[in-house]
Design a protein around this ligand. Structure first.
Ligand code: CA
Ligand code: CA
Length: 179
């Protein structure tokens, strides 16, 4: 082997090593990308499971409050027809245990959720329930109006950490309930 051939072989060896190292580096990048994609997919699946659980829990919390509201009178029994909102003593106390008609609950909100008697529903830190009550048009429940139409729409919204997870709507007429 002359000096030139030896030099040439060394050069070829170096080039082969360099190509091999590039191949290894490329495979490592590919493996990393695959791992990252897999981890993201697992993360997304976990998040979607959590949000499904939250939606289910939120729906139950909404149903519990809705059932309580629907059991109340259409309007305050002791006030003239067409009254709306908290009656004087209810507004002062802000105590839900006094609520006896559906519009008493308008703009009610509590975090964490509480029962009618004011005790906390255990295990729901960070959860909020809020209520909106409106008179609506007799043929269009999406259309709110300012006067008594004989039909009220009750909207219960549940949020967790500020994110809405459930919403429940029901209609209450002065002759009974119809969800
Ligand atoms: Ca009342
Ligand atoms: Ca009322």
């Amino acid at each position: 082997m002359n000096r030139w051939t030896g030099h040439h072989r060394n050069k070829q060896l170096v080039r082969r090593r360099a190509v091999h190292m590039i191949e290894v580096a490329v495979s490592m990048v590919i493996v990393s990308v695959i791992l990252l994609t897999a981890m993201n997919m697992v993360g997304a699946a976990g998040q979607s499971t959590r949000s499904m659980t939250d939606r289910g829990t939120g729906h139950l919390l909404a149903e519990q409050l809705m059932a309580e509201i629907m059991a109340q009178a259409y309007e305050e029994p002791d006030a003239p027809p067409g009254s709306f909102g908290n009656e004087d003593f209810e507004d002062v106390t802000k105590d839900r245990s006094y609520y006896d008609d559906v519009d008493d609950y308008d703009r009610w909100s509590s975090k964490p959720p509480v029962y009618k008697d004011g005790t906390t529903v255990p295990g729901y830190d960070g959860w909020r329930r809020k209520v909106e009550v409106d008179w609506v048009h007799p043929t269009d429940a999406d259309l709110t109006v300012d006067s008594n139409t004989g039909i009220k729409r009750i909207l219960v919204t549940v949020t967790r950490a500020g994110v809405k997870v459930a919403e429940l709507q029901a209609l209450r007429t002065d002759s009974g309930g119809d969800e």
